[in-house]
Design a protein around this ligand. Structure first.
Ligand SMILES: Nc1nc2c(ncn2[C@@H]2O[C@H](COP(=O)(O)OP(=O)(O)OP(=O)(O)O)[C@@H](O)[C@H]2O)c(=O)[nH]1
Ligand SMILES: [Mg+2]
Length: 372
């Protein structure tokens, strides 16, 4: 009997100990976790920093089922896409209707220079604004006069249409030239999609034989756009690829060949000679080069102007495709390209999506940049 009581007592003591130990344990889930550090509040993005940075979040556009020419990015969206450059003009806008004219000139000058419009074009623009004596009427008048002067620059190159020969016997060739990494291949892909939506029958020519990956990249776009592609061997003659592409286009009834080219060669002389040869060969019947589109990367700012000069001298450029306007505050370079080189910017890239290539609309651009 005594032994039974002893056993019962031991059991009761054991159960009690277990209950106490359990109650002292921290709640599940926090026992072995790392110490919790206070999270820092999110810092607001600085908006006026120049130089290459990650792209700002942009509202995703719905997939375009219409020709690009009929579906321009809405004005509000263009303002978003050009947000970095637009922010540079915020101090000018902030001066408002009652702002001081002289302060507006300073704000305009700083914004234009930081947008990489370039010293020469900035001075010319501001002296034209001064000529209108807008500063006497205050900051708002300066901003409006600047808008007018910017539009006047773009009015000098009124023809921004992409040239196309409708003669059924002709295979149109659009050559894409530019230094490496500016966005040639991506632009061809976007344009192929848009032209297909436009009802054109497109064929892609992988004229960048400098590296195999270039043709692979174009092939992905060809599949996306549902177009044929002609490619050659790595290191092969790019003009032979373009020649074959024109022949194939003729045989298949395609009316437009979009030809990619290499952005880099061992020497600049080689590159220039190669481009000239491609152009000559592409122009042989039934081919006809109706556009030589120079692709420029807006993030390079004034360097784009130097490239434009060199390519224009080398191969003759009929228009500019300015890419990556969404990724930079330096989009102002478009103004000096137009003013100093007289080259029309025909298309602009405002994102990496297949629909993010739009016709350049000066009014929408100036409004997105400087508009109230
Ligand atoms: N944000 C942004 N990125 C772009 C735009 N256009 C092109 N890119 C990106 O720029 C990079 C280079 O584009 P590519 O088309 O490969 O350039 P490329 O001129 O063909 O380059 P190479 O073949 O090396 O000479 C890619 O990551 C593209 O996605 C644009 O309008 N906006
Ligand atoms: Mg490429």
């Amino acid at each position: 009997m005594i032994a039974l009581w002893v056993v019962l007592g031991v059991v009761v003591v054991l159960l009690g100990t277990i209950a106490v130990t359990r109650s002292r344990r921290p709640p599940r889930g926090t026992r072995q976790g790392p110490p919790i550090r206070p999270t820092a509040p999110p810092r607001p993005e600085p908006v006026e920093v120049l130089g290459p940075r990650a792209a700002p979040p942009v509202a995703k556009q719905p997939v375009v089922e219409q020709p690009v020419s009929e579906q321009p990015v809405a004005e509000a969206t263009l303002r978003e896409r050009l947000g970095r450059a637009r922010n540079l003009f915020a101090p000018l806008r902030a001066l408002g209707a009652r702002g001081d004219g002289a302060a507006a000139f300073d704000a305009a000058e700083e914004a234009l220079l930081r947008a990489d419009v370039g010293v020469e074009t900035t001075e010319a623009l501001l002296s034209a604004v001064r000529g209108a004596q807008a500063q006497r009427e205050g900051a708002e008048a300066v901003r409006e006069a600047l808008e007018d002067e910017l539009l006047a620059v773009f009015d000098e190159n009124p023809d921004r249409t992409l040239r196309f020969d409708d003669d059924a016997a002709v295979v149109n060739v659009w050559l894409f030239v530019g230094v490496n990494g500016v966005g040639k291949t991506t632009s061809i892909g976007k344009i192929a999609l848009a032209r297909r939506h436009d009802g054109r029958s497109v064929l892609l020519a992988a004229g960048d034989t400098f590296r195999a990956a270039a043709a692979d990249q174009l092939q992905v776009w060809a599949e996306r756009a549902g177009t044929e592609i002609v490619r050659g061997a790595e290191g092969g003659d790019p003009s032979a690829v373009v020649f074959d592409a024109v022949q194939r286009a003729k045989a298949r009834g395609n009316d437009l060949v979009l030809a990619d080219t290499a952005g880099r060669l061992h020497t600049k002389v080689n590159l220039v000679e190669e481009l000239r040869k491609i152009r000559r060969v592409a122009d042989r019947e039934p081919g006809r080069v109706t556009e030589v589109l120079l692709v420029l990367d807006a993030t390079t700012g004034q360097n784009a102007l130097i490239q434009a000069r060199e390519f224009t001298e080398a191969v003759g450029v009929t228009g500019v495709v300015l890419t990556k306007l969404d990724s930079t505050a330096k989009g102002g370079v478009v103004i000096s390209i137009e003013r100093q080189l007289g080259l029309p910017v025909k298309l602009v890239g405002v994102g990496e999506g297949s629909e993010d290539m739009i016709p350049f609309d000066p009014e929408a651009f100036v409004d997105a940049l400087v508009g109230e």
